[in-house]
Design a protein around this ligand. Structure first.
Ligand SMILES: [Zn+2]
Length: 321
């Protein structure tokens, strides 16, 4: 094991806790592999799109979903539908969500991962979507996992724990003691990270199944992850078999109804959440239940401009009769 200095351990912490990934980043393991194009991509037949003849509707007449389907690239359209449904049904629509898809991971050329990062950003590597192609329940499970990291505040919790740990370590003067403490501390933090990953798996499962996605979608994600080089190494993430076992436990529990299934009443929350494509950042924003317009929110609260500034109409009642 290479000698851990405070700085290298800090770098590890910064890398690990600024964003939480669904799998242990396997970049190091992949670096020596020749840049193999994914088999699936090579053999995917190029089927002609069957044009759907639709009466020409004005943008206003199109539903939000129809507009999104027309506007957005397919991957972003389906992520909009999944995030929109899961946010609305699980009451996670008080804040906007942002979705980004990266194409290539510089280091390995093919990234099979997803991250929760910044505030409410869900970041997909193209490689992950490719491995789950055609399976919205599996993608919904990954979305739920990352939403759970945000909801459970795993990133700030991790960063705060690292900060506190380093403060203590930096006070240790004896070099050998400090070395020992750093190694013990990293193990401790990896355990925290594994706990967070299992929490995110469980809550992500709840979010996805409450929104109507297949429970087995989560098993299919784990099966993909179980084929990655690092999946049997327990470090910042539990091993894939341990995660599969945990999800199987959730499926059995919910099917034998030993745990209360969160059947959220969807009837009162049917209004679709709108979306915005942020060209500059190349990412999609799924708006909160307030919509994405400051002006509209202002007018909802304070009325439209025309009403503003005018003295309120005071009705005068004549008492002369
Ligand atoms: Zn995660």
């Amino acid at each position: 094991m290479f000698a851990l200095t405070v700085d290298s351990a800090k770098q590890f912490a910064r890398d690990r806790f600024q964003k939480t990934a669904i799998v242990l980043a396997a970049t190091s393991a992949l670096a020596w592999l020749p840049n193999l194009a994914p088999v699936a991509a090579q053999s995917k037949p190029n089927l002609p799109k069957i044009p759907i003849v639709r009466e020409e509707l004005t943008p206003q007449e199109l539903t939000v979903y129809e507009r999104a389907e027309a506007d957005l690239p397919e991957d972003y359209y389906i992520l909009y539908r999944i995030v929109e449904l899961m946010a609305r049904v699980n009451d996670l629509d008080d804040l906007p969500w942002r979705v980004a898809i990266s194409t290539v991971d510089e280091e390995s050329g093919d990234c099979i991962n997803a991250f929760a990062s910044q505030a409410n950003l869900i970041y997909f590597c193209k490689g992950m979507l490719d491995r789950l192609a055609g399976d919205v329940s599996a993608v919904a499970c990954v979305v739920g996992h990352e939403m759970a990291h945000h909801q459970l505040q795993h990133i700030p919790t991790g960063v705060a724990a690292w900060d506190k740990g380093f403060e203590e370590i930096e006070k240790i003067e004896d070099e050998e003691d400090r070395q020992e403490r750093i190694e013990a501390f990293i193990e401790q933090m990896e355990e925290l990270s594994r706990t967070q990953e299992l929490e995110a798996d469980a809550m992500g499962y709840q979010y996805a199944t409450a929104a109507g996605f297949e429970p087995e979608g989560c098993l299919r994600v784990m099966r993909v992850l179980s084929r990655l080089p690092g999946s049997l190494i327990e470090r910042s993430h539990p091993t894939a078999p341990a995660r599969i076992e945990a999800i199987q436990g959730l499926i059995e529990a919910s099917s034998s109804a030993t745990i209360e299934v969160t059947t959220i009443d969807r009837t009162d929350n049917l209004e679709p959440l709108t979306y915005s494509w942020l060209e500059e950042e190349k990412l999609l924003r799924v708006d909160s239940d307030r919509g994405g317009s400051f002006v509209e929110d202002w007018e909802n609260r304070f009325g439209q401009n025309s009403e503003e500034g005018e003295d309120p109409v005071v009705e005068t009642v004549s008492t002369s009769q």
